[in-house]
Design a binder for this molecule. Structure first.
Ligand code: SF4
Length: 296
């Protein structure tokens, strides 16, 4: 059995920076509570480790982040997560005189800037993204009357509300090429003068392109990452849609790896989302190597 390592893999730069910033906050405020607003990065193992080091996580699934931030005492130390947040959270944190460590990734910030620029020029913006994802929530939160969500996995009705004949189209950084292609195709029929901006980040783009290039004769895809990681889920759908004969597994722990059926398989592609640690990637790679050695 041959293992094909799909590159790049492991943490992207944005995730590395977010983890380092959260640790820095703890180092600089050793005697204070450090509150992480939202899922710092989409990796449960990392979150667990940081929680063990004393960081307190506020998950948007439990309660709106605005309410959770409101309930913190003035002057708290907070860390904003990598995939962005609504601008009203910045305002609130400043009003409450909080010490802010902002781990928002530069690609997410660049998207937000482009949305703000369009709005300041009087345009409306169509945002192609996943409903409920932190990045989409942050983008819509810039101005919910001017930014309209287009979620390719849902039935969308937003276009009835758009008045701008030439809206800008901005997309979430972790969308996949196929979803974007079809969404843009549909939007260009509805809005022939729409202006499209490809805002996928390099980490997402490179991982997706590498997966498309993996040969037809792969029997099994092992894709590492959490179900909360949009870019991981997109890698899984690319593998399923483009290599229908292959088995596709999304794996988030060594325990889950045991469910992967390798018997009789000749080529296994090993890939990962951008919030998978290199340690976990290497462990899985070792496991596949050992399996190969013991089944020669
Ligand atoms: S996946 Fe892209 S947008 Fe998300 S943190 Fe990594 S580099 Fe930034």
């Amino acid at each position: 059995m041959e293992t094909i390592v799909v590159n790049p893999h492991g943490f992207c730069e944005g995730v590395v920076k977010a983890i380092a910033l959260a640790k820095k906050a703890k180092r600089e405020h050793p005697n204070e509570e450090i509150h992480v607003i939202g899922m710092l990065v989409h990796n449960e193992e990392v979150t667990k480790k940081l929680a063990n080091e004393g960081l307190i996580f506020h998950d948007e699934k439990e309660k709106p982040l605005f309410d959770q931030l409101s309930s913190l005492k003035d002057g708290s130390v907070i860390v904003f997560a990598a995939h962005g947040h609504e601008p009203r959270l910045d305002k609130l944190a400043k009003e409450k005189n909080m010490t802010i460590y902002d781990a928002t990734c530069e690609f997410v910030n660049s998207n937000a800037k482009s949305i703000k620029d369009e709005i300041s020029k009087g345009h409306e913006v169509i945002y192609i993204g996943k409903e409920g994802h932190a990045e989409s929530v942050g983008a819509i939160g810039i101005d919910s009357k001017k930014v309209f969500l287009c979620d390719p996995s849902k039935e969308n009705t937003f276009w009835h509300s758009i008045k701008d004949p030439s809206p800008a189209v901005v997309s979430q950084t972790t969308m996949d090429l196929a979803d974007l292609y079809f969404a843009k195709k549909a939007l260009s029929v509805l809005f022939p003068k729409a202006r499209f901006k490809d805002e996928r980040c390099f980490a997402t783009k490179k991982r997706q392109e590498a997966l498309y290039k993996v040969g037809e004769d792969v029997d099994v895809f092992v894709i590492l990452g959490s179900c909360t990681s949009n870019n991981t889920m997109k890698l899984c759908s690319i593998a399923k849609d483009n290599f229908p004969k292959a088995d596709v597994y999304r794996i988030n722990s060594m325990e889950e790896l045991k469910a992967v059926k390798l018997e009789g398989k000749k080529r296994v592609a090993l890939a990962s989302g951008a919030s998978t640690s290199p340690e976990f990637f290497n462990k899985v790679n070792d496991y596949l190597r050992k399996y190969k050695a013991s089944n020669k």
